[in-house]
Design a protein around this ligand. Structure first.
Ligand SMILES: Cc1cc2nc3c(=O)[nH]c(=O)nc-3n(C[C@H](O)[C@H](O)[C@H](O)COP(=O)(O)OP(=O)(O)OC[C@H]3O[C@@H](n4cnc5c(N)ncnc54)[C@H](O)[C@@H]3O)c2cc1C
Ligand code: FES
Ligand code: FES
Length: 487
């Protein structure tokens, strides 16, 4: 096996002798690429944003911005990254480098003061600059409050980047002023070729190993041999454990590039989503086909996190406040689990068994999530958190109702943050089914929803607040959807 190496700004660099848990951020800074900064080391600030060449949705390669503080450098063995230092291009002999268009706009529009956050901002901005389906919005004015610029720039691309001193208006001005890449732009041209293929990796330092196998069967055999292994996909959860809680694993097994976990199939009776597709990939590839998920994605963390986070990882944590489980419960999804002997399909409603526990054995992987079709037409995802974007839920409620001729024929409601596991609101579902979809029904059933689960007081919210939010959510659904329901 070839020694682990990574291409940074066009130059190959060996990963050794970094310890196996070394993050991309520490690796880059150790090599003198100190434009990539550490602000929080937990995916919250974006100072460490870098670009990675990934399989594209509309072109062979997309430049994807990720948090370098969360990703182990060994996970990028054989891959290609660009840092803020790699964005500028060489000038004529004897002249300084030519700033990248996003750097230029940030400079001339006053988008930087102390400069600590700036390299992260320009990397996130560059990823959006190169997004192939970004196109000018004739009707977008880019005024205050606008989320898209006249140049099609989606401000959510910067939702994972924090600035403490400039203020966001000049940064937004810079984002809304960038043009489109020219034909000579090297990073735009790079999109036309395939990204580096994933490579098998066995990076072993001292008593810890980072392992990536090429196929699912090899990975499953490895998991059977190493029950102590920690599985990682996007590492947006695991990276926080490593950095903040100093967790170390003797053996980390990467599953994020396994082709078998990266398929998305829309069939006549089900949609099957590979567990290792990132949330951004799912969002773009589904293109609104599952409205409940389309409503969830923008509320899930930031674009930087969604560029790494996977559905398998969200279910793999078993967290009671993960955002995808309530939605997937409302969609009556099931989880396809694979081990070295075969596969089994488990309804998500039977998957979670206790706080951060599930029926998944250590030698099993989540291969995919299956959502049965047809979908119920009335759906909504209500995430109650302290901030509108980039925050963890205090309470999450997902609805999928089939309302025909003014009557609730079927109700499926998933809840997060009100019990040790994500749960279905079974009493509320039963109370709604067969009743007319009217304000009277909503008034009568809201107390049933308010009493679901066993919410607790914690630093995010009190139990009383959580219950109150449950009760309100049915009314919110009713007022927002009645016009769309056929009666
Ligand atoms: C700043 C920040 C904001 C966040 N905001 C949100 C939010 O708004 N909503 C939310 O729900 N979460 C949020 N998260 C948590 C996290 O991003 C998600 O849980 C994400 O989906 C994890 O996916 P991953 O691929 O990065 O998982 P990883 O970190 O790679 O893995 C997480 C766990 O899942 C297991 N796992 C991964 N893939 C598989 C698989 N295929 N089969 C079996 N087990 C597997 C791993 O063993 C590990 O235990 C946030 C995290 C950060 C750092
Ligand atoms: S250092 Fe803050 S997101 Fe990485
Ligand atoms: S310019 Fe100082 S933190 Fe953004």
């Amino acid at each position: 096996m070839v020694a682990a190496r990574i291409t940074v700004n066009g130059e190959e660099a060996p990963i050794a002798p970094a310890p196996a848990h070394t993050t991309v951020l520490d690796f880059l800074r150790e090599r003198g690429l100190t434009g990539t900064k550490e602000g929080c080391a937990e995916g919250e600030c974006g100072a460490c944003s870098i670009l990675v060449a990934r399989p594209g949705v509309d072109k062979p390669t997309d430049w994807v911005a990720v948090n370098a503080c969360l990703v182990p450098v060994a996970a990028l063995d054989g891959q290609e990254v660009v840092t803020s230092e790699g964005l500028a291009t060489a000038g004529a002999p004897g002249t300084p480098p030519v700033l990248h268009p996003v750097q230029e706009e940030m400079a001339v529009r006053g988008g930087s003061q102390c400069g600590y956050c700036t390299p992260g901002f320009v990397c996130s901005m560059a990823a959006e600059y190169y997004r192939p389906d970004r196109c000018a919005h004739a009707d977008a004015e880019g005024g205050s409050g606008a989320e898209h610029g006249p140049n099609g720039f989606d401000l959510h691309a910067l939702s994972g980047n924090l600035c403490r001193c400039t203020g966001y208006r000049p940064i937004r001005d810079a984002a809304f002023a960038v043009g489109t890449p020219t034909d000579e732009d090297p990073l735009a041209r790079r999109r036309e070729q395939a990204p580096p293929a994933p490579v098998a990796t066995a990076y072993v330092r001292d008593d810890s190993a980072f392992l990536r196998k090429g196929t699912l069967p090899e990975t499953l055999r490895l998991l059977r041999e190493r029950p102590d292994a920690v599985v990682v996909a996007g590492s947006t959860d695991w990276g926080v454990e490593v950095n903040i809680r100093s967790r170390r694993a003797g053996c980390v097994v990467a599953v994020d590039r396994l082709p078998e976990l990266r398929e998305l199939r829309v069939g006549s009776d089900a949609i099957e989503i590979g567990a290792a597709l990132t949330l951004t990939e799912i969002e773009r590839r589904l293109g609104g086909e599952v409205p409940l998920l389309a409503e969830l994605f923008p509320q899930f963390a930031s674009r930087l996190i969604r560029n790494g986070a996977t559905l398998g990882g969200n279910l793999g944590t078993g967290s009671p406040i993960g955002d995808s489980p309530p939605a997937l419960l409302a969609l009556e999804a099931s989880v396809v689990l694979a081990d070295a002997d075969g596969e089994r399909e488990v309804p998500l409603a039977e998957y979670f068994t206790g706080y951060r526990q599930s029926v998944r054995r250590a030698d099993e992987l989540i291969r995919s999530v299956r959502i049965p079709l047809p979908l119920s037409p009335v759906t909504a995802f209500h995430k109650i958190a302290k901030r509108r974007f980039d925050d963890i839920s205090s309470v999450a409620v997902a609805f999928a109702l089939d309302v025909r001729d003014g009557v609730v024929r079927k109700a499926r409601i998933g809840l997060g943050g009100v019990a040790a596991t994500p749960i279905r609101a079974l009493a509320t579902e039963a109370a709604l089914e067969g009743r007319p979809w009217t304000a009277e029904t909503v008034e009568a059933v809201a107390p049933v929803l308010r009493d679901e689960g066993t919410p607790m007081d914690d630093h995010r919210a009190s139990a009383a607040y959580r219950s109150a939010m449950l009760g309100r959510s049915l009314l919110k659904l009713y007022t927002r959807t009645t016009e769309a329901v056929s009666s």
